[in-house]
Ligand binder design. Structure first.
Ligand code: GLC
Length: 453
């Protein structure tokens, strides 16, 4: 905090130069609202979770050419709407999705309730032209099934909602067709109310698509959406719900989207990387899109948590709601790795040692620091690690690899250890350093990224 008691303002350019980071936060510069700001203490559960599962599933999953297919291919309305006759959910069991999320090591889920195509996956009186899964071959309220499954499985429940909807001419021309734009806004208010009031506890509201006419960013159309009003209503049902920044309000955490590599220093605000588990860029199912390698996923996770973020991994079920076996298998492998190494992931924070790109990063919890070493040779070439605090206050009690103690040497503020001969090669070699006292770090700074250059 600055002397004024207000968060320090930081522009997008300053942020970029401070972090020298490859993350590209979306929706910077959202409206500010003291009424909506949650204290850091109410975000700790989310930061402890570290891993979430994202689900994109809708009519577009039947077509298999990405969730933007309706717009990209300018599919005529009647043709796209006729997909409802084939949307039967015959392979969809939300309990299986939730169980796969747990097997993947996710502690929360975020499911797309309505994407830009306008099709709602629940019994939604507010849906424009009643374009819902109740009026599809399935006749099911998938958000009911999903929220029940999350609650039963003990997963935190997140809902994705796209404010914009391509069916409204006013989306493309808000000034020329204000009535249509306002009708779209009405739908958003009605549907957010439904989603937040009818399905028990919602832990995360994950907006998307608040830009207009495919121009600007999520924050540039705040004049239309009035996000403070919208989110005050949403929070009236779930007072502690976390909300992402993509409705035009600054939100509770920052979002980095896509599978680009994460580099740079520790990011001093709550943030989340969302990306597809598959190698393509489509969030909705497309055929023959193989999952990323386990190695790639673990490396991404390490790079994210060492910079204090969460990883939201997206899965696109097929049109019938089933999850391709090779995708499920990779998700399980990832979860198996987390099961073995979760102590160095869950409930940790990024740091205290600044990461070195492609070489290592650290996470910590109480009096333990976990070194995640991605390139052992390069790590050793760096020499002893400089710790961010003096060893007199935090002396090292032990250093171990896979539970086996190794010899170490500590000096004023440096630490080094021996890697045992014949240690197996791994994507992430985790070295556990136990200190005599809890890791001391500064309080979370309160920073507001304005998004201005
Ligand atoms: C983008 C896309 C969308 C996808 C989302 C996921 O905003 O418009 O298709 O759902 O990213 O974060």
């Amino acid at each position: 905090m600055s002397d004024s008691g207000l968060p320090r303002m930081m522009t997008g350019a300053e942020l970029a130069s401070m972090l020298k980071s490859s993350v590209n936060f979306k929706s910077l510069g959202g409206m500010r609202s003291p009424v909506l700001t949650l204290p850091g203490s109410k975000k700790q559960w989310w930061r402890d979770c570290k891993v979430g599962m994202f689900i994109h599933w809708g009519l577009y999953s039947i077509v298999g050419r990405g969730e933007w297919v309706r717009f990209n291919e300018q599919i005529p309305d009647d043709e796209y709407e006729a997909l409802t006759e084939r949307f039967d959910g015959s392979g969809c069991d939300m309990r299986e999705w939730a169980s796969l999320a747990k097997d993947m090591g996710a502690r929360y889920m975020v499911m797309v309730a309505r994407h830009h195509d306008g099709f709602s996956l629940w019994d939604s009186p507010g849906s424009y032209k009643a374009f819902t899964s109740m009026n599809s071959a399935a006749h099911r309220d998938f958000i009911r099934e999903y929220t029940d499954a999350c609650h039963e499985a003990g997963l935190y429940t997140g809902i994705y909602y796209s404010n914009m909807d391509w069916r409204f001419p006013g989306y493309f021309d808000p000034e020329g067709k204000p009535e249509s734009a306002l009708r779209m806004k009405q739908q958003a208010y009605d549907q957010v109310r439904e989603l937040c009031s009818r399905y028990g506890k919602v832990d995360i509201l994950w907006y998307d698509g608040s830009w207009l006419a495919h121009k600007g960013s999520d924050t540039s159309a705040a004049w239309l959406w009035e996000p403070v009003k919208l989110n005050t209503m949403a929070r009236s049902y779930n007072p502690d719900m976390l909300i992402n920044p993509r409705s035009g309000w600054e939100g509770d955490f920052y979002c980095d989207e896509g599978s680009h590599e994460v580099k740079g220093s520790i990011i001093p605000v709550p943030w989340e990387k969302s990306m597809c588990i598959c190698s393509g860029t489509s969030w909705g199912w497309i055929p023959n899109d193989p999952p990323l390698s386990l190695d790639r996923l673990i490396t991404m996770l390490v790079n994210v948590i060492a910079r204090d973020g969460n990883l939201l991994l997206n899965i696109g079920p097929r049109g019938d709601g089933s999850i391709p076996e090779e995708v499920a298998a990779r998700a399980r492998e990832f979860g198996a790795w987390l099961k073995e190494n979760g102590e160095a992931v869950y409930g940790t924070r990024g740091g205290p040692v600044q990461p070195v790109d492609r070489v290592f990063g650290t996470t910590y919890h109480d009096n333990t620091i976990y070194f995640h070493i991605l390139d052992r040779g390069a790590f050793q070439a760096l020499g002893p690690v400089r710790m961010p605090f003096g060893m007199a206050e935090n002396s090292v009690e032990s250093v171990s690899i896979h539970g086996i103690p190794v010899d170490f040497a500590q000096e004023a503020d440096t630490l080094s250890w021996e890697f045992p001969q014949g240690l197996r090669e791994e994507t992430d070699t985790i070295v556990t350093v136990t200190l005599s006292a809890p890791v001391r770090t500064a309080d979370d700074p309160e920073i507001y990224f304005t998004g201005k250059e």
